[in-house]
Design a protein around this ligand. Structure first.
Ligand code: XMP
Length: 524
């Protein structure tokens, strides 16, 4: 196991991700972790980057015992400076801050271990720099292993001990060969085994959840039918069974048949202890009359969700208290993924690590619950792999994202039961055809939206004045930018024909050909 000590860099979790890609197991802990409190001995330690300067009075430092462990240590960016600070306090503010691409010149050594980190790499390796501090000169017994045009100490290593520092970030994709370097460290230098798999992640995470929650503790969490909340819920169910309470709030603006389907899959298929609350009337009642204020729709749905969830939680807690699973509900499950964890501030203590997800923000304040986030180190593709591992149906594992405010932000104008019906039915046909054409996985997100206008058409012999459906389908890797999907004409023809024929109240279908930016993926 590699121990990653986190100084709060936004890239810290990427270190663990890269190691996992090499099937090396690692654990990330706050940089202030006391080694005497660790129950295991790492085979190597990585000190991450961080937003501080080592010479600040309040700069975080590692437990000095790290340097007495006699295992290889790799310091990245701030981590390098932490090593230098420990051995000689030779760090000061650089005249030029250095951000972006740089090219590495590797100092080949004739013998010894000092350049083992760069094994297999040639000069001019592209690396990503992001720092403002520099070493002023080398700590005693250290050698330079790499330089860049701006950084005379881009890489350093202890001449006898296996201590390495690099000023650049090997964990980001902007350092294309960073993977090789991390592998050199973990596998060659630390001699870690490469037998870590997603199956092992499941075992470890289940053990961690059990330890955290204890024998009696209970956890509650909302599920949406999306992959993240389902995977998180299944993990909880495996860990603590009936003491995990999943709640699906039917807000009246889910997709067609969604509440029913999710219930089937989660309870019958996955054995999750699920309560479905049909609050459609309450949500739709409050959405009545809101015509052209998308943010208001979001607020109404968000606040009503919190209200319904809290009521349900109270009921569940009261029931559980009288049952054999007695114990207090003191935990709230969230399916937060790593990309949601914008910045890592973990060493400031547990309270600072709490992040509220935009869908359920506000739940924590009202409920005095502690947060449990089993997916917070994972990326979407890893969550999918984990879901497959946990026996979650393919269909659900690959489901497109669906926004918390649901179809309400895809019905431009007032959300009425009739508008919901039209938008739902059209959406269902569109997605059914996308699946039938084998395009569902290729497209990142697709849906039908209902425009707040009427157009004229002829159906049969009659002139009609009916509504317009807009189809939206995009390809994206991160949902920050997106391109509309270039369907072929026959496909669009078929979808259009079906929607107009099968969905009462629609006489026209248009296709949205706006990329993001300037458009957003959703229409509101
Ligand atoms: P936009 O429309 O901003 O969407 O390009 C980017 C991604 O975020 C989803 N989205 C939301 N998800 N609550 C959510 O849970 C929201 O209010 C919300 N708005 C947008 C959207 O579906 C897309 O995947």
């Amino acid at each position: 196991t590699i121990l990653v000590l986190d100084f709060g860099s936004q890239y810290s979790h990427l270190i663990t991700r890269r190691l996992r890609e090499h099937n090396v197991y690692c654990e990330m802990l706050p940089c202030t972790q006391k080694l005497s409190e660790l129950s295991w001995k790492p085979k190597g330690v990585i000190l991450s980057g961080g937003p501080y300067s080592v010479y600040w009075d309040d700069a975080p430092h590692v437990d000095p015992a790290v340097f007495d462990l006699n295992v290889p240590i790799l310091g990245i960016c701030y981590g390098l400076q932490e090593i230098a600070w420990h051995f000689g306090k030779n760090v000061h503010a650089g005249e030029k801050r250095e951000y972006g691409h740089a090219y590495l010149k590797i100092e080949k050594q004739r013998d010894g271990h000092v350049d083992r980190l760069f094994k297999g790499l040639e000069d001019d390796v592209e690396v990503w720099m992001s720092h403002g501090d520099k070493l002023s000169n080398m700590p005693e017994d250290f050698a330079i292993t790499a330089t860049t045009a701006n950084a005379p100490f881009a890489g350093i290593a202890h001449k006898q001990k296996m201590l390495y520092g690099i000023q650049f970030h090997p964990e980001v994709t902007h350092t294309p060969k960073g993977r090789v370097l991390l592998r050199n460290f973990a596998v060659d230098i630390c001699q870690c085994k490469t037998d870590w798999t997603m199956g092992k992640f499941v075992d470890q995470e289940i053990a961690r959840i059990r330890a955290l929650v204890g024998d009696k503790g209970q956890v509650i969490g909302a599920v949406s039918g999306g992959v993240d909340s389902t995977v998180a819920a299944k993990l909880m169910q495996e860990a603590i069974g009936e003491r995990f309470h999943a709640v699906l709030v039917d807000n009246g603006v889910l997709r067609l048949n969604e509440a029913k389907q999710v219930k089937e899959t989660l309870t019958k298929g996955l054995g999750i202890n699920l309560t479905v609350v049909d609050a459609s009337d309450r949500f739709l009642g409050r959405l009545k009359g809101v015509t052209d204020d998308p943010e208001k729709k979001r607020k109404i749905i968000g606040n009503t969700f919190i209200e319904v969830f809290q009521e349900t939680a109270k009921k569940i807690a009261a029931d559980a208290a009288g049952s054999s699973r007695a114990g207090e509900i003191e935990w709230l499950l969230q399916g937060t993924l790593y990309p949601d964890v914008i910045e890592s501030i973990s060493f400031k203590g547990p309270s600072a690590t709490i992040k509220t997800h935009h869908n359920v923000g506000g739940l924590l304040e009202g409920m005095h619950l502690k947060l449990i986030e089993p997916l917070r180190e994972l990326f979407k593709d890893e969550v999918r792999e984990l879901g497959t591992n946990l026996g979650i149906p393919e269909d659900l594992v690959w489901r497109h994202p669906f926004p918390g405010p649901g179809i309400a932000i895809r019905i431009l104008g007032e959300v009425t039961p009739e508008q919901v019906r039209i938008a739902r039915e059209a959406d269902y046909i569109f997605i059914e055809e996308i699946k039938a054409a084998g395009l569902y996985r290729k497209i990142s997100q697709a849906f039908a939206a209902l425009l707040p206008v009427k157009a004229v058409g002829v159906m049969g012999d009659k002139r009609v004045h009916d509504q317009v459906i807009a189809l939206r389908a995009v390809e994206t890797s991160d949902f920050m930018t997106a391109d509309w999907y270039p369907f072929d004409g026959d496909f669009l023809k078929k979808v259009s024909r079906r929607i107009v024929n099968e969905v009462e109240g629609v006489c026209r279908v248009v296709y949205d050909i706006t990329s993001k930016p300037p458009g957003t993926i959703e229409m509101e």
